[in-house]
Design a protein around this ligand. Structure first.
Ligand SMILES: [Zn+2]
Length: 250
């Protein structure tokens, strides 16, 4: 056992410089502006090819939607201890296992949620100051199901205020958050728009079932500023709908 650990440690040490290189080649070094900005993501790594060459990219302007009989979203999120990380691109809260989202016959597990400013999706050409992404994974297919919630200035939101007070400003910094209740960031109504799209960050993989909540959630302007003081602009520009349908629940 000890010997195996030693060998493992040795390999890890030996591989470290390669690891660092591999990590940077795998697309860790990208940004929202300049030479490593969204227009260049595909050039940064072959794995990011679909960022430019894809046909089902996100985010989009939500317009020309079609009303449909969509299955309701059922949220089974639990209050729990999470870890809030400044990952260099956003503030992300990694959640413990056990929270789910169901829609029709599909069941997704909540992995993490994070924030963008301004919103990544537009609605009829309009943006919101922030957008939260709740990232879930389909147990059976491995596809991602992301629920997007727009944040707009207004009344205080206890969940967001609690997080904002502890946002780690430094890249790489982590803080544990006790008893975070993600349900506090849900709008009253879960009417939504849905379309097939992609990750909005490299490698822009086209395996995301997007669910965009139609009703925004209010948070205070001061709490929005706590985020934008760290990440003033971490939204990928919208891309073409590319003949996709965006469906709207009743
Ligand atoms: Zn996101």
């Amino acid at each position: 056992m000890e010997r195996r650990n030693f060998i493992k440690g040795f390999i890890a040490l030996g591989a470290c410089p390669v690891c660092a290189k591999a990590a940077s080649a795998a697309g860790n070094h990208w940004s929202y502006s300049g030479g490593e900005g969204p227009r260049h993501w595909a050039e940064l790594d072959r794995k990011n090819f679909v960022c430019s060459g894809g046909t089902q990219q996100s985010p989009v302007d939500v317009s020309g939607t079609i009303e449909a009989d969509l299955p309701p979203i059922s949220i089974g999120w639990h209050k729990g201890g999470g870890v809030m990380v400044n990952n260099g691109h956003t503030i992300q809260i990694n959640m413990p296992a056990g929270s789910t989202l169901g829609r029709g016959g599909r069941k997704y597990d909540l992995l993490q949620f994070h924030f963008h400013a301004p919103s990544e999706h537009h609605v009829e050409g309009r943006t919101f100051p922030m957008e939260a992404h709740f990232v879930h994974k389909d147990r059976d297919t491995g596809a991602l199901g992301v629920l997007a919630v727009f944040l707009t200035p207004g009344a205080a939101n206890t969940t967001f205020a609690g997080l904002a007070a502890a946002f780690p400003a430094q890249e790489g910094a982590e803080v544990s958050v006790d008893k975070i209740d993600p349900n506090g960031l849900l709008p009253t109504s879960l009417r939504y728009w849905t379309y097939e799209g992609s990750l909005t960050t490299p490698p822009c993989s086209e395996n995301v079932d997007w669910m965009v909540a139609r009703e925004p959630v209010e948070v205070t302007a001061a709490d929005i500023e706590r985020f934008t003081a760290i990440y003033p602009a971490n939204a990928r520009p919208i891309v073409s709908q590319n003949r996709r349908f965006i469906l709207s629940s009743h």
